[in-house]
Write a protein that binds this ligand. Sequence first.
Ligand SMILES: *Cc1c(COP(=O)(O)O)cnc(C)c1O
Length: 227
Amino acid sequence: MSIPENIREIQRRIRQTCEKVGRSPEEIEIVAVSKTFSPEKIQEAVQCGIRHIGENRVQEAWAKFQQLGNIARWHLVGHLQTNKVKKALQIFQTIQSVDTLYLGKEISKRVEDPGKPVEILVQVNTSGEKTKFGVSPERAIELVKELSLLSGIKVLGLMTIGAFLPDPEEVRPCFRILKELKEEILEQGIEGVEMKYLSMGMTDDFEVAIEEGANMIRIGRAIFGER
Ligand SMILES: *Cc1c(COP(=O)(O)O)cnc(C)c1O
């Protein structure tokens, strides 16, 4: 299937899921995760109305950004090494993978205009898989509080990558953990912190994520094809 057809199909599935759980499809932002795919394919997705592009490596994103510029908002969804923060800030408006205070401080230090803070999401490891990045759920709220005190960054939500399990139903508990964290953070009313985005759900599990409250889904293969 073509990229336009793929996007229409995802939108149809979003509408269907939203209807099932009584949410509005307009709430759901799609981040098209374009790692390994060409700038031309990204352009095609943007022409279909995609407004958010996700990349997981700074170097790869840099080359595409040189060619495309700000045709959409760029989100870093992969791990960020501190020696790449400076370059990352030239590309990305949102960094979805902040999981340590150390990284938050490095970003804060390198923001050029503190009047225009960088949007960050705190990545939480909800599956407990040791191979995954992310702060533990137990430490997440404390980290959000610490990050909220830094200038030049603004905590706008939470992100997680669900467990890699064949049945999306089995991933549901991961999404539920993230949603509960969001609610606890809201209850605590941490100054300067918004919980605007709950970034969870990918090609194989985005419907379950939406059922659990996701309003930002990160889709690669279902848009661009197999990698
Ligand atoms: C690759 C990737 C995605 C998209 O995965 P698909 O299974 O291709 O939809 C989403 N989030 C992150 C962090 C990724 O690295």
